[in-house]
Ligand binder design. Structure first.
Ligand code: SF4
Length: 330
């Protein structure tokens, strides 16, 4: 299958509506054309500044607008970040992600984050940051400092977006992704399912991602973790099979991207996770915490990998088609 960025919503919908086993079969076959079989990329994620975020994302415990009982923390010292990065490397992670609860980094924050990138990079880890919206100059400086990936999720479909956040627009998000791409950074962008959206919205989210000029190299497909005090605390839980379908469809339309199981993984059984890997997920966040929500711990992950015969991808990607240029659609 050639790499396409001209998918229609109708085509994506048709993938979704197939019998599950047909969908899984196709997704896994395609997965093996682009990635080494039985191999999972592992990242860790550290919150470098927690809580008191001015944005109003309705799922997020870090928004200052909701009473989620989260304990806010100021910026943590670069030395502490380096210690955590060293531990992650020792446990097998190839990528270290650093997240700050900001609308966007202020100029006064830039020397802090740039130092951090340089030092983590010097450990031989891939670096990733998620700091909110970026302007072009900030993206360029992060690239110069050695940042590999920038995470900025679209969250949901354009149509459902206003139900989830009002303090930045969908187009603001696309602008940040554009600055990141133009600076030569790799893009990590995905969304969240289980926000109360319809399947049509999940199709819309995947359609947005798969019709970007270049597919994101990394696509996190999160499942909402409802948090008391946030507006989505009582939202109806999405069936896990629908999450698995979303992963499989993402694999089919973005075959060269790493599809990441992120938030929500802690609640999955081993069998659910095996099904997600069958569907084409090939990246996880490891560690006890994902910014502020609980995550499957390292020990559980290693036991699961052993049970399933999976190995952890080394720092060098095993993707068979490495060139970003090759991701340009024709
Ligand atoms: S998701 Fe990010 S931007 Fe939105 S409230 Fe949470 S920390 Fe702020």
């Amino acid at each position: 299958m050639k790499i396409r960025n001209d998918w229609s919503r109708a085509e994506i919908q048709a993938f979704y509506e197939q019998p599950l086993l047909d969908l899984l079969f196709q997704a896994h076959q395609l997965h093996r054309q682009y990635f080494a079989a039985n191999t999972i990329q592992v990242s860790t994620l550290l919150s470098i500044k927690t809580g008191k975020c001015p944005e109003d994302c309705k799922y997020c415990s870090q928004s200052a607008r909701y009473d989620s009982k989260l304990e806010a923390e100021k910026r943590i010292a670069v030395e502490k970040v380096i210690q955590e990065a060293q531990k992650s490397k020792a446990s097998g992670a190839s990528r270290f992600c650093m997240g700050a609860a900001w609308r966007n980094p202020h100029e006064r924050d830039m020397p802090y984050v740039l130092d951090m990138v340089r030092e983590v990079k010097a450990l031989g880890l891939e670096t990733c940051m998620t700091l909110g919206m970026l302007n072009a100059s900030q993206a360029e400086r992060l690239k110069e400092a050695g940042l590999d990936y920038y995470n900025h999720n679209l969250d949901t479909s354009r149509e459902y977006y206003s139900h989830i956040i009002s303090t930045r627009t969908f187009d603001d998000r696309l602008d940040t992704l554009d600055h990141v791409r133009q600076a030569g950074l790799k893009v990590c962008s995905g969304g969240i399912v289980g926000l109360g959206e319809s399947r049509e919205d999940r199709i819309g989210l995947l359609h947005e991602l798969a019709t970007l000029p270049l597919h994101p190299e990394s696509v996190p497909i999160n499942m909402l973790v409802p948090i008391e005090g946030t507006p989505l605390a009582q939202v109806e839980k999405l069936d896990v099979i629908e999450w698995i379908r979303t992963i499989a469809v993402a694999r089919l339309i973005m075959p060269q991207s790493y599809i990441r199981l992120s938030a929500g993984r802690e609640a999955l059984t081993d069998s659910d996770q095996a099904l997600a890997f069958m569907a084409g997920a090939n990246s996880i966040f490891s560690g006890e915490k994902l910014l502020t929500t609980a995550n499957a711990g390292e020990n559980r992950d290693h036991a699961l990998f052993q049970k399933l015969g999976l190995s952890i991808e080394a720092s060098k990607p095993s993707i068979k088609q490495l060139s970003v240029d090759a991701m340009l659609t024709v």
